[in-house]
Design a protein around this ligand. Structure first.
Ligand code: PMV
Length: 312
């Protein structure tokens, strides 16, 4: 059996502004993942793929999916990249512990895991960079105008300082970072949130450009602190980033409540993470007090808590 996996992710700084070519920082969440497994179906003919995925509620032959189904396109792109034409029929099974539509990168992780499983199965030589670019193509086809930060951090499985159209910088952290991630329980559509920002940017371009500049500057400052080049408070930068996200109109009363509750419970800083309007907030902690912060967030209505540590 062949397999591929991919982790979840959180955006620490720079969401939305990154779509307007400002830098962002994202880190992998290794405690959740997508797993793709490929097994040859002995009894079957060639060239058929049986797909099984509880996550996207699919169980059937890939050619029976509606035309343009994202999983069919992902599979086709993978086979094309590997120059595969005829092959013994196989079963592709996808399992995921990454919650969908909550800002943890589930869609990019599905693509990356499938490409890795295909590469393993067909003994291909696709590099991380190839897989990243392929996953970006899928993101672009199905998720509006993505910046590419999700597929990049998930493909590299390392903290990244990301700017569109530039090579990602892998960040070597100077010390571990502890996060509590709290799900608001409200699913949100990234493309709707991104479209909303675009409409407001079109109405007030100079105000929005200034907000994006301020967010980009926060990402740069945070990068310096994370790699140990400069001193400063990452928690404070997260708080400032959250205020700017409020100003660009992607926070909500529920997200603000969770962010405030995390700070009151002792987090070093907190902000929404991802597209906003729903999805997750993240709180940076000292590591020891995570449980009391998690309890406070659950009490404030969070539907699920994840703890994650990013090690140097
Ligand atoms: O909702 P998520 O975690 O996929 O985050 C989207 C991040 C945005 O900056 C809002 C969009 C993008 O493509 O970068």
């Amino acid at each position: 059996m062949s397999a591929g996996r991919a982790p979840g992710k959180i955006i620490l700084f720079g969401e939305h502004a990154v779509v307007y070519r400002r830098p962002a920082i994202a880190v992998p969440v290794l405690g959740v993942e997508v797993n793709a497994q490929i097994e040859i179906l002995e009894a079957e003919t060639t060239g058929q793929v049986w797909l099984e995925s509880a996550t996207v509620a699919v169980s059937g032959w890939i050619h029976d999916l509606k035309p343009g189904h994202p999983l069919a396109t992902t599979l086709q792109l993978g086979l094309q990249a590997l120059n595969i034409t005829g092959f013994p029929s196989f079963r592709l099974r996808i399992r995921s512990s990454i919650p969908v539509a909550s800002g943890l990168g589930s869609s990019a992780a599905v693509s990356v895991a499938i490409f890795r499983a295909l590469n393993d199965h067909f003994k291909g030589d696709l590099t991380t960079q190839d897989i990243n670019q392929m996953a970006y193509r899928i993101e672009k086809e199905y998720h509006g105008t993505p910046s590419g930060v999700d597929n990049t951090v998930i493909a590299y499985e390392q903290p990244v300082f990301f700017t569109m159209d530039a090579d990602p910088e892998i960040l070597r952290l100077s010390r571990p970072m502890h996060f509590v991630v709290a799900d608001s329980g409200i699913t949100s559509s990234t493309s709707e949130a991104v479209q909303g920002v675009r409409q407001r940017w079109e109405q007030e371009p100079s105000r929005y450009e200034a907000l994006f500049d301020a967010i980009g500057q926060i990402s740069r400052e945070a990068r310096g602190i994370m790699v140990g080049e400069t001193r400063g408070s990452l928690g404070e930068l997260m708080d400032r980033n959250h205020s700017l996200l409020q100003e660009i109109g992607v926070s909500s009363a529920v997200l603000d409540t969770l962010v405030n509750r995390a700070r009151d419970a002792g987090a070093r800083g907190a902000k929404l993470s991802g597209a906003g309007l729903g999805g997750n907030i993240i709180a940076l902690t000292h590591g020891g007090e995570d449980q009391s912060i998690a309890d406070a967030l659950l009490q404030a209505g969070a539907s699920r808590i994840l703890h994650t540590v990013v090690y140097p």
